[in-house]
Design a protein around this ligand. Sequence first.
Ligand code: GDP
Ligand code: MG
Length: 177
Amino acid sequence: PPQRKQRKIAIMGYRSVGKSSLTIQFVENQFVDSYDPTIENTFTKPWKVRGQDFELKLVDTAGQDEYAIFPAQHSMDMHGYVLVYSITSVQSFELLQVLLEKIMDMTGKITIPLVIVGNKTDLHRERVVSTEEGKRLADTWKASFYEVSARSHESVCEIFNRLITEMEKADSSNGNE
Ligand code: GDP
Ligand code: MG
């Protein structure tokens, strides 16, 4: 039988944007309302995309800010990144620009699979970052873009399906299996 491909994905972004909520919603199909924000945890998720079995290792980071030094372990063996902001926080959106620059510096890769995610679409009355702004940022970095809600399980699986598709493309262009 074909082997499970192991792939490691970092979930990064400002504090409270919903990194843990998205990860747990994807892994366990439930919305956990109060998850310790200081914990960095790795979740394992078996996942199948177009007939290929994967074992995903999701590194739910404790969160970054403008001044955080990019941790080397987050650049070493990651196959892709999910970069999360909240549509209710300009600060969290602006942080992604900084984070993207750091990722590029650390990995030195021209094409690293990235998905930019605007979370908390259920809080539409509190929206301060427009869909267009999100798209524009993603276009600049040649990243995929989704607006989602961890709370209402809106478009959460799409993030990972897309990222895996991008990782597979990057793999084959690097001549790997
Ligand atoms: P993290 O620090 O990025 O891991 O953020 P958490 O996952 O701990 O979430 C921070 C807060 O935002 C918690 O109170 C969550 O319940 C809430 N939250 C996360 N995702 C959503 C969402 O999609 N909608 C709403 N309304 N709240 C969310
Ligand atoms: Mg968290």
